[in-house]
Design a binder for this molecule. Sequence first.
Ligand code: PGA
Length: 235
Amino acid sequence: MDVKIVKDKVAGGQAAFELIKAGIDNGAKVLGLATGSTPITLYQAMIASDLDFSNMTSINLDEYVGLAEDNPQSYHQFMKDNLFNQKPFAHSYVPNGNAANIEDAAADYEQIIAENPIDIQILGIGRNGHIGFNEPGSDLKGLTHKVQLTESTIEANKRFFDKEEDVPRYAISMGIGSIMKGKQILLLAYGEDKADAIKATIEGPVTPDVPASVLQEHANVTLIIDEAAASKLSK
Ligand code: PGA
């Protein structure tokens, strides 16, 4: 794993943008995208750039189950607000959290990934080491599937909702196996509350207890982290 330590999240967004730009110059056509607060500075750098994504494809990691696409908290809406309205892609895929049958929607999504192999996958990381909605204990080879959110993720995400009861209890998420198919992976993390997860990801054993630790087994991973997120690393 290549670890780049940056001053802050603005520098991190710029560093991730430069890697994406280099990837596109080398022929990347499909970006795997993430939601959450972490990728916002990257999306701001993409919006501020003169890059055109209108011949590219994007594939998002996950979506809540049961929120309307235009719900302000849905990941469909997040991506429109933070990237797609300003920088449209030719095709943008986000899992369908409103499908009558979520298992069928998950299988369909895995087919989309098979047909559009992800060149560069952007990831955030949860305080518990989750990637996408793959919580501790997830199958390290899992594909897109329906997941039940853990209490810690509900707690972390409730800040975006009026009340905790409004946070969906289920999501549809690319699995760790789907994520590992990306040719290149950029994991971004900022702030001290990510420091334990980053230490376990880089220095700990590969274990389902820390889903991001499996990235140690991927051949092309860059972690872009700020000093606070790096603060518990031993070297
Ligand atoms: P955050 O979430 O970017 O809002 O910190 C990241 C994650 O939980 O994957």
